[in-house]
Design a protein around this ligand. Structure first.
Ligand code: GLN
Length: 488
């Protein structure tokens, strides 16, 4: 296993063993990863900022801690962090002109937790501007390319995070998920991604998109790694008033290789019209595999409100976004355009600082909240949100988890959907209901269609991350899809 030429493709738990037994140092591992970036990132374009000097410093201090006998699992392991999580002294751009030069004066709670555990940050990853998008094509800087096929998108908005994990430019990454932004890119890049229960991981220091939907989570090479990262991220934080007051379990304890007695449901509404047949075939095989592992599967589940999720999301998310983005006025921080008067400066700042998709969302949200339309749109969407949540709650009285595809298609071509926002929005149709309900969703590699990755989604009730990880773990142990690596 000590294939030192491919250190950059190790899982966290494999690298941890080598670090603990002093077969490699964190500096050596970090250099291997940085070197990999030098060779592939001009093609992948996964990072906005590569923090080489900072990473090497962190690696050396991790090596000191390792020599002193410390052995926490993330110590000395290279990570990529989505560029919407604040890193003190290191620019945090949200892939927007608005924040291109913004250097946060504080760390997000998740970043603080990673520093405490001795993580090594190799860079800040590219994303759709302000996390609005499904392909990274909305980045103000450049599009990230899918390591499995460079002409294809890596998904989004955490496309950079997914791509750097898949390409060996980081051992794992952090992403954020408002409507699918961890799960869809993870599925597109053949890695594991978990969107935790709303409130399970602190949002303090995450640049806000839609505050009632946003959640940070891990993007990893297997389920065990995901559990290890969750052990560090999860927990109450008094800086985030929506954070859940409950101690987090040891997620690795949940990992078992069989699914005896587990009851699964497959809601037919997730198999939407227009879904690619290749995705359907992969899902059918995956579901049979879950049965072989001992689970009972009910294929005849119906959740009648699911089809309204996308409409609800595109009222609520833009409404929250337009309020959250009001702070970019050219005065407090970020980009500021020169103009003779304050109002002109404000206008010009927002005109030049925001890209087209961000402006579209601000307009949608402003419209939905305006007098006369509020009841017809925002209020109604909130009511339907309650119905969706309630329908999921009832389903979880009968099932331990629900199974669905992560996306209706394999990674699409760069440019294919860029001119058609509705087509782009539809690529999250399977992930959005989960954010609407505030429940956890896991995606695991489930196979390939036309040589491109397909993800299987496992959805559970609030705080059932252990159940989801158990199902994902049993599945990956039996299939091994997560071990496949792209040829780059
Ligand atoms: N693609 C969805 C959107 O554009 C979800 C993005 C996300 O989860 N951040 O809003």
């Amino acid at each position: 296993m000590t294939n030192k030429t491919e250190l950059f493709y190790l899982t966290i738990h494999e690298a941890h063993e080598l670090l603990k037994n002093r077969e490699i140092s964190s500096e050596e591992l970090t250099k291997a990863v940085l070197d990999r970036s030098r060779r592939v990132d001009d093609r992948v374009k996964g990072f906005v900022t590569i923090t080489e000097g900072f990473a090497l410093e962190q690696a050396r201090s991790a090596d000191k801690r390792l020599r002193n006998g410390e052995a926490n699992p993330l110590l000395g392991i290279p990570v990529g962090i989505k560029d919407n999580m604040c890193t003190r002294g290191i620019r945090t751009t949200c892939s927007s002109r608005m924040l291109e030069k913004f250097i946060p004066p504080y760390n997000a709670t998740v970043v603080e937790k990673l520093w405490e555990t001795g993580a090594v940050m190799v860079g800040k990853t590219n994303m759709d501007e302000f996390a609005m998008g499904s392909s990274t094509e909305n980045s103000a800087f450049y599009t990230t390319h899918n390591p499995w096929n460079l002409e294809r998108v890596p998904g989004g908005s955490s496309g950079g995070s997914a791509a750097v994990v898949a390409s060996g430019e980081a051992l794992y990454a952090l992403g954020s998920d408002t409507g699918g932004s961890i799960r869809q890119p993870a599925g597109f890049c053949n890695i594991v991604g978990l969107k935790p229960t709303y409130g399970r991981v602190s949002r303090f220091g995450l640049v806000a998109f839609a505050s009632s939907l946003d959640q940070i989570g891990p993007m990893c090479r297997d389920v065990t790694d995901c559990a290890l990262v969750m052990n560090v991220l999860a927990g109450y934080d008094n800086h985030d008033s929506t954070s859940i007051h409950e101690t987090a379990p040891d997620y690795t304890k949940a990992l078992k290789a069989d699914l005896q007695g587990i009851r699964l449901g497959v809601p037919k509404e997730f198999f939407v019209q227009g879904m690619e047949s290749g995705v359907k075939n992969v899902m059918e095989a995956a579901i049979r595999q879950l049965e072989t592992l001992g689970a009972t599967v009910d294929r005849d589940v119906s959740l009648t409100y699911i089809p309204y999720s996308l409409a609800v999301y595109y009222i609520l998310a833009p409404s929250e976004a337009m309020a959250n983005l009001a702070r970019y006025d050219g005065v407090k921080y970020g980009y500021s355009a020169d103009a003779p008067t304050m109002w002109e400066s404000l206008q010009k700042t927002r005109q030049l600082g925001f890209g087209a998709e961000v402006k579209r969302r601000i307009m949608l949200g402003t419209y939905a909240l305006s007098a006369g339309y509020y009841d017809a749109y925002y209020l109604k969407a909130q009511k339907v949100r309650t119905l969706i949540r309630e329908e999921f709650r009832q389903a979880f009285e009968k099932y331990d988890a629900l199974i669905a595809p992560t996306s209706p298609s394999v990674p699409f071509k760069i440019g294919e959907k860029a001119a058609d926002p509705v087509q782009m929005y539809l690529s999250d149709v399977c992930t959005i209901p989960v954010n609407i309900a505030g429940i956890p969703g896991l995606t695991v590699p489930a196979g390939f269609s036309e040589g491109l990755p397909v993800g299987m989604q496992v959805i559970g009730k609030p705080l059932s991350e252990e159940m989801l990880l158990r199902i994902g773990f049993a599945y990956e142990q039996a299939t091994g899809w997560q071990k496949k690596r792209p040829s780059l």
